[in-house]
Ligand binder design. Structure first.
Ligand SMILES: *[C@@H]1O[C@H](CO)[C@@H](O)[C@H](O)[C@H]1NC(C)=O
Ligand SMILES: *[C@@H]1O[C@H](CO)[C@@H](O)[C@H](O)[C@H]1NC(C)=O
Ligand SMILES: *[C@@H]1O[C@H](CO)[C@@H](O)[C@H](O)[C@H]1NC(C)=O
Length: 379
């Protein structure tokens, strides 16, 4: 009793010292391709179907998702690892009524005193099938911060996620994009945090660690200035659905490689992705060859990595450079070019998706209040 009181006081003091900034550890897991190989399963790679759903329905397959962190739902808390996904807007966790959720922990509403029944059908189509269930309401806790009356989906069918879900470390998804793309128009967790005045500042930020032995960090309610160098370069949002900004240009060796002028920042996508025709040309420019197991992916001779040209993304008038060593992923001796073709249909697309490959190099601030993104090189 006494020691827990001391601990509580200490934690309160620490939190006060940080002015309400919450830090959530973000783990990196093996890529699914590596997991497949270790399990002697056939490589499938990304399906490219992630954004195939049209304007306002985020369609993900998460087959390459790698970063996840802890949350809880209910009272007392039931714990889950979720992907904090800036490319979608719904919270979902597996339901105790799920029969194909493998070994994942399951949310049991009968064990929560704060559960409120809703029951509206929830259905997302992925490339390979449905992910579906029903809506419930409960308290959702992220980094010790409890959000009341949170509508979320209890998933009872994960068929559409296939192996990505069976083998993956994540149990659910916590979408951090804008409410306009929330399925069933359910208020998002972050929107509720802001609405319930839980945060000192309406921002969150990601630091993604490059190595799976070290935790990355998501902060909510503030920015962790120890994670980057120099000052943040802010770029205004051009729409509030995905976290969308204008891409002034994308160049290699000073030459433009795309006419697409829209980019989204997506922590739930592992690679860089853009229009298929552009990606094919860029792959050929950097000397990457179509991967025989999946023509949407490309391999590069590992020995060429030190001489590869930089990719230069220009946003808000500033250049953001990704060096060869940072856009090549060595997967068991095969060097994969970390760029894939995804054709997002209009009106959301065409666009470039700057996924984890970009965010690993640039600390990224998602500034909800001022409707802008901030970037600075990671420490
Ligand atoms: C999942 O929940 C929905 C909505 O309540 C229900 O219609 C469906 O039968 C359930 N499916 C399974 C597999 O339990
Ligand atoms: C049930 O959930 C839906 C979202 O799917 C929401 O629009 C509706 O207001 C909820 N109903 C209640 C009674 O909270
Ligand atoms: C950005 O890079 C391009 C060449 O890739 C260069 O011409 C331009 O001056 C750079 N801009 C800034 C602001 O550094």
């Amino acid at each position: 009793m006494r020691s827990s009181l001391v601990l509580f006081t200490l934690l309160a003091a620490v939190n006060a010292g940080r002015a309400g900034l919450l830090r959530i550890p973000i783990r990196k897991m093996q890529s699914l391709n590596d997991i497949y190989r270790e399990n002697n399963l056939q490589y499938v790679g990304p399906t490219g179907a992630k954004y195939a759903g049209g304007a306002d329905v985020p369609i993900h397959d998460y087959s390459n998702a790698q970063y996840y962190g802890p949350i809880s739902v209910g009272s007392p808390p039931q714990n889950f690892n979720v992907i904090f996904d800036t490319g979608s807007s719904n919270l979902w966790v597996p339901s105790s009524t799920c029969s194909n959720c493998g070994t994942h922990p399951l949310y049991d509403s009968s064990k929560s005193s704060t559960y409120v029944q809703n029951g509206t059908v929830f259905d997302i189509r992925y490339g390979s099938g449905p992910v579906s269930g029903f809506v419930s309401e409960d308290v959702a806790t992220v980094g010790g911060l409890s959000v009341k009356y949170q509508l979320f989906a209890e998933i009872n069918n994960t068929q559409g996620l296939g192996l990505a879900y069976k083998l993956g470390k994540f149990d659910g998804i916590l979408g951090m994009a804008w409410p306009t793309i929330s399925v069933n128009k359910m208020p998002t967790v972050f929107e509720n945090m802001v609405g319930q005045k839980l945060l000192p500042q309406p921002v969150f930020a990601f630091y993604l660690s490059s190595d799976s032995g070290t935790d990355g960090e998501m902060t909510i309610g503030g920015i962790d200035s120890t994670k980057y160098t120099g000052s943040l370069q802010y770029v205004p949002l051009t729409s509030q659905d995905y976290w969308t900004v204008q891409l002034d240009s994308f160049t290699i060796n000073g030459a433009s490689v795309t006419s697409t002028t829209k980019a989204i920042l997506d922590t739930g996508t592992s690679l860089l992705a853009g229009p298929t025709d552009d990606v094919k040309k860029i792959a050929s420019t950097v000397g990457a060859k179509p991967f025989f197991l999946n023509p949407k992916e490309f391999t590069i001779d590992c020995s060429k990595v030190p001489t590869l040209p930089d990719l230069v993304f220009t946003m808000g008038g500033a250049n953001f450079t990704i060096a060869g060593k940072d856009y090549v992923i060595n997967s068991g001796g095969t060097c994969l070019f970390a760029m894939t073709g995804i054709d997002v249909p209009a009106p959301a697309g065409p666009l470039w998706i700057l996924g984890d490959v970009f965010i690993r190099q640039y600390y990224t601030v998602f500034d909800w209040g001022q409707k802008r993104l901030g970037f600075a090189p990671v420490n």
